[in-house]
Design a protein around this ligand. Structure first.
Ligand SMILES: [Mg+2]
Length: 172
């Protein structure tokens, strides 16, 4: 089985557009790093983490990934606050009893928290994918509009099943 790390925001959940809408409406000065950080630290993430904002059948797709038995799956997600982490863990545990959930403080690279070598990361943010590849990992971009940004790209998580064979080798 191949180790597979799945990002949350922009992959499982379409949480980014409503989050940035809320930032704009909050009156925070978006040119000031500190005001943005404060907004993200204090935001109630229940507003953007719920079944209504699921991205391209992500829950069903992850269940298919589990059934394929090709992957050892973990969620690997950046968090702005412990409160955000609590909302994410509670949400994901409601759907998946057995998948490991790893929270990474926003300021730290995902590659510092898990061993990336030989493992797959599915992420919508190119910055994370770049670091992942530089540390020996296999980077796959998730994009609703299939914008590759130089990476192999998917817009449904179950597309991974055909990209890897039973031994975790890439089929194309
Ligand atoms: Mg993301």
């Amino acid at each position: 089985m191949k180790r597979l790390y799945i990002d949350f925001d922009g992959v499982v959940m379409d949480s980014i557009p409503p989050l940035y809408d809320a930032l704009e409406k909050s009156g925070a000065n978006v040119n000031k790093e500190e005001e943005i950080r404060e907004f993200f630290s204090n935001y109630d993430y229940n507003n953007v983490i719920n079944d209504k904002l699921l991205l391209n059948d992500s829950i069903e797709c992850i269940n298919k990934l589990i059934e394929s038995k090709k992957f050892e799956i973990s969620f690997l997600t950046h968090v702005n606050s412990l409160a955000e982490g609590v909302v994410k863990v509670n949400y994901l545990r409601g759907h998946f009893k057995e998948i490991t959930i790893i929270m990474v403080p926003k300021e730290i690279s995902k590659t510092k928290v898990v061993h990336s070598e030989g493992a797959i990361l599915v992420d919508d943010y190119s910055g994370n994918l770049k670091e992942w590849e530089e540390n020996g990992g296999i980077a796959i971009r998730f994009s609703k509009d299939l914008e590759s940004a130089g990476y192999r790209v998917i817009n449904r998580l179950d597309q991974l099943i055909d990209m890897f064979d039973e031994d975790g080798n890439e089929t194309c």
